[in-house]
Ligand binder design. Structure first.
Ligand code: RNT
Ligand code: ZN
Length: 417
């Protein structure tokens, strides 16, 4: 008997069906952040780099792509090394403008023609995000919630333009496109007025979401945050703000694993929020001491998120996205590692003895519950994951990195020249 069939038997002994889990895993798309590949630099100017917005990519690993074609080539490799369904999460600052006079408030789907072509070729659907940072109009630290009507208007127009672009993506991919609204708005020091900016943010969101297109394939989400660099004392779009707003509008709430107090776990928020919301967009990430956007690994917090989704029967209500940007290691490898890790966490969650655990809990046998949880950690997941990779024609754990290294060898030299 081969190692995979052996593994299947180990799971069957706990009433767990590996084939079912593999089928489910294959069908659930994970949206890969395009910004991991170039440190959130974007394509608007030849020498773009991330500044401001309260986020930062650190590191200077060589080989950063210099243009859209190199970026797409890197992303295509990452897609090939990641098993199962995938999407690509694009930011508006990845526009390729023929006409550099149009600013973000007037972007159209035309500037994303290359991305839409790539999307059809690769059969990878796109998600989208307004980019409310790294722009002179965001220099005050305020965008949707700006007290300056001209600034606020600019960003509202940008968001509306993005929703039109998302509708064009939806046509192009014949399916939905998530649009995530994240704004950096906040203050470094104690504000005297916490309400005013929140009223303005609410008003801006209403105007954005009530404008055309009213297209159900454009799935808007709002992303909350606790603090950022330069917004340590106050973030306008806090958790409570957006939770309330998303419930009122019955829209997606985006939860980013790095956006809470370090001892809070995203996993606990799944059932608490989904009791009141139609769905969640996840930004799986790994904050190390703060919102550091480290690459996702198969750690306990990520596992808990997946376990809660599976145990709550919420798979149909989750849009799986990732959010990290690490420039200190090979950027393509970082992208691949994060998505593979997140998918592994979901596989592990699908193969937990969840009903037995719930039974033990109902009986009050917390001793046996804890013991079974620990026992389940040692089940032979590795064999199941390797089989998944094989079936998806994707390299296994010990193989994929070499492909990235070979590519690095062949490609990165010319980029440094
Ligand atoms: C920032 C948010 C946001 C960004 C990306 C680039 O704190 O997490 O999601 O990281 O949109
Ligand atoms: Zn995020």
């Amino acid at each position: 008997m081969n190692r995979f069939s052996h593994a299947v038997e180990s799971f069957a002994a706990l009433d767990l069906n590996v084939e079912e889990a593999l089928e489910q895993l294959a069908a659930i798309p994970f949206s890969i952040p395009c910004w991991q590949f170039d440190d959130v630099a974007g394509l608007e100017a030849p020498d773009s780099s991330l500044e401001g917005g309260g986020i930062a990519a650190t590191g200077n690993y060589p080989g950063k792509p210099r243009n859209g074609d190199e970026l797409r080539q890197d992303i295509s490799l990452a897609m090939r090394l990641t098993p199962g369904a995938k999407r690509l999460n694009l930011h508006a600052c990845y526009a390729e403008r023929d006409d550099s006079s149009s600013d973000r408030d007037a972007y159209t789907a035309d500037f994303f023609r290359n991305w839409m072509d790539w999307s059809r070729q690769e059969e990878v659907a796109l998600d989208f995000n307004p980019s409310c940072f790294n722009h002179p109009m965001a220099d005050s630290g305020f965008t949707y919630a700006s007290a300056d009507p001209a600034v606020q208007e600019f960003w509202i127009n940008h968001a509306v333009a993005c929703r039109h672009i998302a509708a064009a993506f939806a046509d192009n991919q014949n399916g939905p496109c998530t649009v995530n609204h994240w704004v950096p708005d906040g203050m470094k020091d104690q504000p005297a007025d916490r309400l005013g900016p929140r009223l303005r943010l609410q008003d801006a969101l209403n105007r954005i979401l009530d404008a055309a297109p009213q297209d159900e394939r454009v799935e808007d989400a709002v992303e909350c945050k606790l603090f950022g660099i330069g917004s340590e004392s106050y973030v306008v779009g806090s958790h409570e703000f957006y939770l309330g707003y998303a419930i009122r509008r019955q829209m997606l709430l985006c939860l980013d694993a790095g956006h809470f107090h370090p001892t809070e776990t995203l996993g606990d928020k799944i059932s608490a929020t989904l009791l009141h919301l139609p769905g969640l967009l996840l930004h799986l990430s790994r904050g190390v001491r703060w919102d550091s956007d480290h690459v996702v690994t198969l750690d306990d917090p990520t596992r808990l998120v997946m376990e809660e989704i599976v145990r709550g029967g919420y798979l149909g209500h989750i849009r799986f996205g990732l959010d990290y940007f690490d420039a200190s290691i090979n950027r393509i490898a970082a992208a691949v590692l994060g998505v593979r890790s997140a998918k592994k966490a979901l596989l592990l969650a699908l193969l937990q003895p969840n009903s037995q655990l719930k039974e033990l809990e109902a009986k009050g046998d917390f001793t046996a519950r804890l013991c079974l949880m620990e026992q389940a950690r040692l089940l032979p997941f590795g064999e199941v994951w390797e089989e998944f990779c094989r079936r998806q024609n994707c390299p296994g754990e010990g193989e994929w990195l070499q492909e990235v290294k070979d590519y690095e060898q062949a490609e990165f030299g010319k980029r440094e020249a």
